[in-house]
Design a protein around this ligand. Structure first.
Ligand code: SF4
Length: 451
């Protein structure tokens, strides 16, 4: 049962040391009760407190791992309904459906396309995360051969789907060490499926033949009663509108009501509601990203479909409390030399990657000096007093840029043109040049600059 903040407070050290980043133990206890903090953040918590509060501070949605090593994909462990309340932890995984009725050539083509498709955005390398292999044929050999073909062609976590337990066992014989997710236990087979998942150390999708969240929660209670908790839910919603409703109900029940039978990640199949329409499938996947799918199985993962979904997922799953930052240093773009222009910007990731991208696109080799302003954009950092003539002067003096170029010209962002006089007075050897306000102006600016 969930404990209140006051109940949790009784078990904390009550020294108000602040190591947990909260001013008092009571404030930390309140956050723990709201599932917005982890007991691990209190280094002085006693073993007794850990034991008693452990279950109470468990995430309301269980963490599930699919795959191993570098191919591990984690879903679940979410603790809030909305990102601004704290953060979302584990981005939903996009999974490509492969059926064992597909031709070998077609499967090879899908694999080759997946291997070739890695999209870089704001320093992250984004790709289709998981492969879903469906025993559509019902044939054991076809299923096993498809699993072999996929395993030989690509390194990604797997989901194995068969209604025939012998076929699943045969497929698991060749890949159980990769810890695939197994699909699926229902009212008719949950005992044998649970035994198989337990034996192989894999997680298990649970879905109800009867349908509805009540039947689904009865089923998960039976399975957890067998001592197995590594569950992913498939609500098998009958329509798109009921899918959205049920995804929300599951998240709300787990987080607001601490309702354990629905406290698991959720898998959805966008193709179930799209009737072969690839754009509709993409839109349904987008709904899943925002509300509240953990794994999204898709029939079409081509570039034009995935890139907007990757961007959307990245935006939603970026921690709003921690600005994404890059390292403070001098970045060499192209074959920059001692005559190349020197630009300066801030270390907010988005700012850095946009500016660096535009400099690269200009084809003018340049030096980009990046200032650590705690991950703020140029204008915000200036307004917050973190991107100042003093900061820029110190960076120019200490970064080593003066030994890397013969000239003494520094290009500052147009938005902080107001800093130019202050910098020049502190760096009398340097001429401060005001660059464009928007990154989109960098290409023309640098081309004219170099001309
Ligand atoms: S770290 Fe622990 S002891 Fe220190 S204030 Fe936080 S809860 Fe209290």
């Amino acid at each position: 049962m969930a404990l209140s903040g006051i109940q949790i407070f009784k078990y904390l050290p009550k020294t108000n040391c602040g190591k947990c980043k909260f001013p008092t133990c009571l404030a930390f206890a309140m956050k723990l009760a709201a599932k917005q903090a982890s007991l691990d953040d209190c280094p002085d918590a006693s073993n007794e407190a850990k034991e008693i509060l452990g279950a109470a501070s468990e995430p309301p949605i269980r963490l599930i791992k699919i795959g191993t090593g570098e191919d591990l994909y984690k879903v679940g462990e979410e603790a809030v309904m909305f990102r601004h309340e704290k953060t979302f932890y584990n981005p939903c995984g996009f999974s490509r459906m492969i059926k064992d009725t597909d031709s070998t050539d077609n499967i090879k083509l899908i694999i080759s396309n997946l291997n070739d498709f890695v999209y870089e955005r704001v320093g992250q390398h984004l790709k289709v995360d998981i492969i879903y292999i469906k025993n559509e044929s019902g044939d054991k050999d076809k299923f096993v051969n498809t699993v072999k073909l996929v395993q030989a062609g690509i390194k990604r976590p797997l989901i194995l789907d068969s209604s025939n337990i012998d076929n699943l066992k045969a497929a698991l014989d060749i890949c159980a060490d990769k810890k695939p997710l197994i699909y699926a236990a229902n009212e008719d087979n949950y005992e044998t499926m649970t035994a198989l998942a337990k034996e192989k150390g894999c997680s298990l999708v649970v879905t109800s033949i009867q349908g509805g969240l009540e039947a689904l929660s009865v089923l998960t209670e039976k399975i957890t009663g067998l001592g197995f908790k590594d569950i992913v839910l498939d609500p098998a919603s009958k329509s798109l509108s009921s899918l959205v409703q049920e995804l929300t109900q599951i998240r709300r029940a787990a987080i607001k009501k601490s309702f354990k039978p629905l406290g698991f990640p959720v898998i959805i199949f966008s193709g179930r509601y799209s009737d072969g329409d690839r754009l509709l499938e993409a839109n349904i996947s987008a709904i899943g990203v925002s509300k509240y799918a953990s794994i999204i199985v898709m029939n079409d993962t081509s570039r034009e479909i995935m890139i907007p979904l990757f961007a959307m997922r990245q935006n939603i799953y970026t921690d709003p409390q921690k600005p994404m930052q890059v390292e403070e240093k001098i970045y060499k773009i192209g074959e920059a030399n001692e005559d190349s222009p020197v630009l300066i910007t801030t270390n907010f990731s988005l700012t850095y990657f946009i500016v660096a991208g535009e400099v690269e696109n200009s084809k003018v080799p340049s030096w980009l000096v990046v200032a650590n302003v705690e991950g703020l954009s140029v204008l915000t950092a200036w307004a917050a007093g973190k991107f100042t003539p003093e900061k820029i002067t110190k960076l120019v003096k200490e970064s080593g840029i003066e030994s890397m170029v013969k000239h003494r010209k520094l290009i500052i962002p147009g938005y902080v043109a107001v800093l130019s006089g202050g910098i020049e007075s502190k760096l009398p050897d340097w001429k401060i040049q005001v660059g464009p306000r928007e990154a989109s102006g960098i290409i023309n600016f640098l081309k004219n600059y170099a001309a």
